[in-house]
Design a protein around this ligand. Structure first.
Ligand code: IDP
Length: 157
Protein backbone atom coordinates (compact mmCIF):
# COMPACT_ATOMS: atom_id res chain seq x y z
CA UNK A 1 0.00 0.00 0.00
CA UNK A 2 1.30 3.46 -0.84
CA UNK A 3 1.10 6.22 1.77
CA UNK A 4 -2.14 7.56 0.31
CA UNK A 5 -4.05 4.31 0.71
CA UNK A 6 -5.15 4.79 4.32
CA UNK A 7 -8.83 4.00 4.76
CA UNK A 8 -11.27 5.37 7.32
CA UNK A 9 -14.87 4.71 8.27
CA UNK A 10 -17.28 7.67 8.15
CA UNK A 11 -21.02 7.82 8.74
CA UNK A 12 -23.68 10.48 8.34
CA UNK A 13 -25.77 9.95 11.49
CA UNK A 14 -29.61 9.92 11.55
CA UNK A 15 -29.81 13.68 12.23
CA UNK A 16 -27.55 14.43 9.26
CA UNK A 17 -29.66 12.22 6.99
CA UNK A 18 -32.94 13.78 8.16
CA UNK A 19 -31.53 17.26 7.68
CA UNK A 20 -30.53 16.54 4.10
CA UNK A 21 -26.79 16.84 4.67
CA UNK A 22 -25.56 13.65 2.95
CA UNK A 23 -24.66 15.44 -0.28
CA UNK A 24 -22.95 18.34 1.48
CA UNK A 25 -20.84 16.01 3.62
CA UNK A 26 -19.88 13.72 0.72
CA UNK A 27 -18.92 16.81 -1.30
CA UNK A 28 -16.52 18.02 1.37
CA UNK A 29 -14.54 14.78 1.33
CA UNK A 30 -14.67 14.53 -2.48
CA UNK A 31 -13.47 18.13 -2.82
CA UNK A 32 -10.62 17.48 -0.42
CA UNK A 33 -9.31 14.79 -2.77
CA UNK A 34 -10.23 11.76 -0.68
CA UNK A 35 -11.48 8.74 -2.64
CA UNK A 36 -14.84 7.12 -1.87
CA UNK A 37 -14.34 3.33 -1.81
CA UNK A 38 -17.66 2.23 -0.29
CA UNK A 39 -21.06 3.64 0.62
CA UNK A 40 -24.18 2.11 2.12
CA UNK A 41 -27.53 3.68 3.04
CA UNK A 42 -28.82 1.53 5.89
CA UNK A 43 -30.53 1.29 9.24
CA UNK A 44 -28.38 0.29 12.24
CA UNK A 45 -30.02 -2.36 14.47
CA UNK A 46 -29.57 -2.71 18.25
CA UNK A 47 -26.88 -5.37 17.90
CA UNK A 48 -24.74 -3.35 15.50
CA UNK A 49 -25.21 -0.22 17.65
CA UNK A 50 -23.92 -2.10 20.70
CA UNK A 51 -20.92 -3.42 18.77
CA UNK A 52 -20.09 -0.07 17.21
CA UNK A 53 -20.39 1.91 20.46
CA UNK A 54 -19.27 -0.92 22.80
CA UNK A 55 -16.58 1.28 24.37
CA UNK A 56 -19.32 3.55 25.78
CA UNK A 57 -21.42 0.76 27.33
CA UNK A 58 -22.22 1.64 30.97
CA UNK A 59 -21.82 5.40 30.48
CA UNK A 60 -24.82 7.59 31.33
CA UNK A 61 -25.37 8.62 27.70
CA UNK A 62 -25.12 5.07 26.27
CA UNK A 63 -28.85 4.20 26.09
CA UNK A 64 -29.66 7.55 24.49
CA UNK A 65 -26.81 7.09 22.03
CA UNK A 66 -28.10 3.66 20.95
CA UNK A 67 -31.65 5.01 20.66
CA UNK A 68 -30.43 7.92 18.54
CA UNK A 69 -28.19 5.93 16.19
CA UNK A 70 -30.95 3.34 15.54
CA UNK A 71 -33.70 5.97 15.15
CA UNK A 72 -33.40 6.41 11.39
CA UNK A 73 -31.22 5.61 8.40
CA UNK A 74 -27.52 6.41 8.27
CA UNK A 75 -25.13 6.75 5.34
CA UNK A 76 -22.02 4.65 6.03
CA UNK A 77 -18.90 5.22 3.93
CA UNK A 78 -15.27 4.31 3.54
CA UNK A 79 -12.90 7.08 2.38
CA UNK A 80 -9.30 6.58 1.33
CA UNK A 81 -6.33 8.94 1.12
CA UNK A 82 -3.15 10.18 2.75
CA UNK A 83 -3.60 10.34 6.54
CA UNK A 84 -7.34 9.85 5.88
CA UNK A 85 -8.42 9.02 9.45
CA UNK A 86 -6.83 12.08 11.04
CA UNK A 87 -7.75 14.42 8.18
CA UNK A 88 -11.42 13.38 8.33
CA UNK A 89 -11.45 13.95 12.10
CA UNK A 90 -10.03 17.44 11.56
CA UNK A 91 -12.76 18.17 9.00
CA UNK A 92 -15.43 16.88 11.44
CA UNK A 93 -14.46 19.13 14.34
CA UNK A 94 -14.72 18.26 18.03
CA UNK A 95 -17.11 15.65 19.50
CA UNK A 96 -19.20 18.55 20.87
CA UNK A 97 -20.46 20.77 18.03
CA UNK A 98 -20.51 23.71 20.47
CA UNK A 99 -16.73 23.41 20.75
CA UNK A 100 -16.16 22.86 17.02
CA UNK A 101 -14.66 25.59 14.88
CA UNK A 102 -16.73 27.14 12.10
CA UNK A 103 -15.66 25.51 8.84
CA UNK A 104 -15.75 22.05 10.35
CA UNK A 105 -18.75 19.80 9.70
CA UNK A 106 -19.95 19.74 13.31
CA UNK A 107 -19.08 23.43 13.71
CA UNK A 108 -21.15 24.35 10.66
CA UNK A 109 -24.13 22.01 11.12
CA UNK A 110 -24.50 21.08 14.80
CA UNK A 111 -25.22 22.65 18.18
CA UNK A 112 -25.84 19.64 20.45
CA UNK A 113 -23.48 16.91 21.65
CA UNK A 114 -26.15 14.21 21.34
CA UNK A 115 -26.89 15.08 17.70
CA UNK A 116 -23.57 15.82 16.09
CA UNK A 117 -24.30 14.87 12.46
CA UNK A 118 -21.32 12.66 11.65
CA UNK A 119 -19.13 9.81 12.89
CA UNK A 120 -15.53 9.19 11.86
CA UNK A 121 -13.05 6.62 13.17
CA UNK A 122 -10.88 7.83 16.04
CA UNK A 123 -7.30 8.34 14.75
CA UNK A 124 -5.96 8.05 18.32
CA UNK A 125 -7.44 4.55 18.71
CA UNK A 126 -5.10 2.44 16.62
CA UNK A 127 -6.93 0.05 14.29
CA UNK A 128 -10.36 1.64 14.96
CA UNK A 129 -10.67 2.48 11.27
CA UNK A 130 -10.06 -1.12 10.13
CA UNK A 131 -12.35 -2.53 12.87
CA UNK A 132 -15.21 -0.22 11.94
CA UNK A 133 -14.81 -0.85 8.20
CA UNK A 134 -15.00 -4.62 8.92
CA UNK A 135 -18.06 -4.14 11.11
CA UNK A 136 -20.05 -2.29 8.44
CA UNK A 137 -18.74 -3.62 5.13
CA UNK A 138 -17.88 -6.93 3.49
CA UNK A 139 -14.57 -7.04 1.62
CA UNK A 140 -16.33 -7.18 -1.79
CA UNK A 141 -18.18 -3.94 -1.03
CA UNK A 142 -14.89 -2.01 -1.06
CA UNK A 143 -14.38 -0.89 -4.65
CA UNK A 144 -10.89 -0.80 -6.14
CA UNK A 145 -10.26 2.02 -8.65
CA UNK A 146 -8.16 5.13 -9.17
CA UNK A 147 -9.47 8.68 -9.09
CA UNK A 148 -8.49 10.29 -12.39
CA UNK A 149 -7.30 13.45 -10.64
CA UNK A 150 -5.00 11.68 -8.17
CA UNK A 151 -1.91 13.03 -9.92
CA UNK A 152 -3.21 16.58 -9.25
CA UNK A 153 -3.83 15.86 -5.57
CA UNK A 154 -0.59 13.99 -4.78
CA UNK A 155 2.73 15.37 -6.01
CA UNK A 156 4.32 11.91 -6.20
CA UNK A 157 1.38 10.10 -7.88
P1 IDP B 1 -16.65 10.91 18.56
O1 IDP B 1 -17.97 10.63 17.87
O2 IDP B 1 -16.21 12.33 18.36
O3 IDP B 1 -15.59 9.89 18.24
P2 IDP B 1 -17.00 9.58 21.14
O4 IDP B 1 -16.37 10.03 22.40
O5 IDP B 1 -16.52 8.31 20.50
O6 IDP B 1 -16.94 10.80 20.13
O7 IDP B 1 -18.56 9.45 21.45
C1 IDP B 1 -19.40 8.82 20.54
C2 IDP B 1 -20.69 9.62 20.41
O8 IDP B 1 -21.41 9.56 21.64
C3 IDP B 1 -20.49 11.10 20.16
O9 IDP B 1 -20.33 11.39 18.79
C4 IDP B 1 -21.76 11.71 20.71
O10 IDP B 1 -22.81 11.62 19.75
C5 IDP B 1 -22.08 10.79 21.86
N1 IDP B 1 -21.59 11.33 23.12
C6 IDP B 1 -20.32 11.33 23.58
N2 IDP B 1 -20.24 11.89 24.79
C7 IDP B 1 -21.49 12.24 25.12
C8 IDP B 1 -22.07 12.87 26.27
O11 IDP B 1 -21.39 13.22 27.24
N3 IDP B 1 -23.42 13.07 26.22
C9 IDP B 1 -24.19 12.69 25.16
N4 IDP B 1 -23.68 12.10 24.07
C10 IDP B 1 -22.36 11.88 24.05
Amino acid sequence: MSHHDERTFVMVKPDGVQRGLIGEIVSRFEDRGLKLVAGKFMRIDEELAHEHYGEHEGKPFFDGLVEFITSGPVFAMVWEGADATRQVRKMMGETDPAESAPGTIRGDYGLDLGQNVIHGSDHEDEGANEREIDLFFDEEELVDYERSDAEWVYEDE
